[in-house]
Write a protein that binds this ligand. Structure first.
Ligand code: PGA
Length: 250
């Protein structure tokens, strides 16, 4: 009932030419894709090149961030108005944005509203840090980030939101959560969504992110509440990303 969704978060990697080449490799390698959504999220400057590489294929495009205002004096920022005809998805509240750029739940919530207002699907990232995990605060952190990130969103709107559960200690460390723990956390997030929005929570896709590889993807992706993956490092190697998409195939 929930279509699997694999997204590649290329982060601050690849020049425009390299991004185009990687997208072309993925187009070739992902011809088998059916009944699954796959999105590539390159840096802003490569969006147009990647869009042309994936034209007329099943692949979709996403941005890695966005400002909440439509336009104005925000030097260096990119607005939803600029993205809405270019991409379908936008990653919001990634832990690297929260950590290195001081993004708050309130700011991320404004971005979620801005994305929805312009017909973009937010991929809202949430997840606990190592310290929070060790202090036993994981569930309270996930509940807060879910509630504050989605404050004021309607039940109708939330169906087009994707949540990415990304434990911060698992990102880029080679130390993924176990499939059992990831499933438990994603089920907890769905329970929070049910409390906020009712039955529509069953339609919301929840991805796991954090050191997903071809080796651990099969076990993670067969969990009942894990509907896909947000892939960082492994999305930069075409053969790894293709293998992860294969593992998600229904
Ligand atoms: P990783 O990154 O797969 O390299 O751990 C995931 C992410 O940050 O989205």
């Amino acid at each position: 009932m929930r279509k699997p969704f694999i997204a590649g978060n290329w982060k601050m990697n690849k020049t425009v030419d390299e991004a185009y080449d990687l997208a072309i490799e993925l187009v070739t390698g992902l011809r088998f894709v059916r009944d699954i959504d796959v999105a590539l999220c390159p840096p802003f400057v490569s969006l147009t090149a990647v869009k042309s590489a994936i034209a007329n294929t099943m692949l979709k495009l996403g941005a890695q961030n966005m400002h909440d205002q439509d336009r104005g004096a925000f030097t260096g920022e990119i607005s939803p108005v600029m993205l809405k005809d270019l991409v379908e998805y936008v990653i919001l509240g990634h832990s690297e944005r929260r950590q290195h750029f001081g993004e708050s739940d309130a700011f991320i919530n404004r971005k979620v509203h801005a994305a929805l207002r312009h017909g973009l699907h937010p991929i809202l990232c949430i997840g606990e840090t190592l310290e929070q995990n060790e202090r036993g605060e994981t569930e309270s952190v996930l509940a807060r980030q879910t509630r504050e990130g989605l404050a004021g969103v309607s039940a109708d709107q939330v169906a087009s939101v994707v949540i990415a559960y990304e434990p911060v200690w698992a990102i880029g460390t080679g130390r993924a959560a176990t499939a059992e723990d990831a499933q438990q956390r994603c089920a907890f997030i769905r329970q929070e969504l049910r409390a906020m929005f009712g039955e529509v929570a069953d339609a919301v896709r929840i991805q796991y992110g954090g050191s997903v590889t071809p080796a651990n993807a099969p076990e993670l992706l067969c969990q009942p509440d894990i509907d896909g993956a947000l892939v960082g490092g492994a999305s930069l190697k075409s053969e790894d990303f293709i293998a992860i998409v294969r593992a998600a195939h229904p």
